[in-house]
Design a protein around this ligand. Structure first.
Ligand SMILES: [Zn+2]
Ligand SMILES: [Zn+2]
Ligand SMILES: [Zn+2]
Length: 168
């Protein structure tokens, strides 16, 4: 119940932020762009533009592919979503509005993304910045490796060609 109310409040301020961002570029917050924003805010975790498009179409929201892609970029510029390039040539988005900071582990085999926060790592990064008299604005911490599920598959089939890294 309170979560719902919180989402409403967040959605309201996200809408204002997008509207401000667009109007600074002489663009309007059209109903289609609003649908994209709403779709983004209700999605958890990481998704790509095609998944979002499919999700919108399944819920009978008619938004063109071009609008989805362009609006996602506007949302990224407005700081409402983050655009990740975990794998070359493939962008994943996640909404960061009202969410706490976190970092990522990315599986090189299946593309799975695991979110984590470690207070010690966060504190160490601040310490390193202080040592270099560096004023941190933001950081992105990514660890690439092999997730537990993919490790289990490799253990079961130890002769599976390690060079054949299938992009799932
Ligand atoms: Zn971090
Ligand atoms: Zn994996
Ligand atoms: Zn994330």
């Amino acid at each position: 119940m309170s979560a719902e109310r919180r989402l409403e409040g967040e959605a309201g301020s996200a809408q204002e932020r997008l509207r401000d961002h667009l109007s600074a570029r002489n663009l309007r917050l059209t109903p289609e762009r609003l649908l994209v924003l709403e779709g983004v805010l209700t999605r958890e975790g990481h998704f790509d533009a095609e998944e979002l498009l499919e999700h919108l179409r399944r819920s009978n929201k008619s938004v063109s592919r071009a609008t989805v892609y362009r609006t996602l970029d506007h949302l990224a510029e407005a700081g409402l979503v983050k655009k990740h390039h975990f794998q070359e040539g493939h962008a994943l988005f996640e909404h960061v509005h009202g969410r706490d900071h976190h970092d990522h582990m990315v599986c090189d085999r299946c593309g799975r993304v695991i979110e984590f926060v470690n207070d010690k790592i966060e504190a160490l990064q601040e310490e390193v910045c202080r040592e270099h008299d560096f004023r941190e604005l933001r950081h992105v911490h990514q660890i690439f490796g092999i997730c537990s599920a993919c490790q289990a598959v490799e253990k079961r089939a130890p002769n599976a060609s390690p060079h054949h890294s299938g992009h799932a």
